[in-house]
Design a protein around this ligand. Sequence first.
Ligand code: CMP
Length: 138
Amino acid sequence: MIQTLAIIKPDGVKRGLIGDVIKRIEEHGLRIVAMRMMLLSKERAEFFYAAHRGRKFYDSLTSFMCSGPCLAMVLMGENAIGRWRELMGETDCTQAAEGTIRRDFATDIQKNVVHGSDSEAAAIFEISCFFNRFEISA
Ligand code: CMP
């Protein structure tokens, strides 16, 4: 059983997409084992996205991520990382497959509604940014 971090980004929360996203997660058989809504500070957003430091979109991405509350979740299940990424679709919504969250809801490459860890190492780091072990009901 693998865990991954899922975030409903500020655009998704503001647009009232929490229910739609959670419905897809549960229908897909992934288990939500932790959940927290929070308003990130710029410092925390920069720490979380440190892997992208130096990219031209880093400043605007980290400002966007603290422009409103986001909903962080830990998802658990067999191949949870890959299955959640499949549900989300490609980062760029114009490239995302039909039926994916980003294809259905994202408005551009940055405001793409959801985030998911891209590897086991990233999942461990990212989960630790939002939850301690006692907050995960696995
Ligand atoms: P996410 O899956 O959270 O990982 C990094 C985020 O950076 C990505 O989703 C997008 O929100 C954002 N991003 C990636 N590429 C670009 C880009 N070319 N321009 C603006 N934002 C981007």
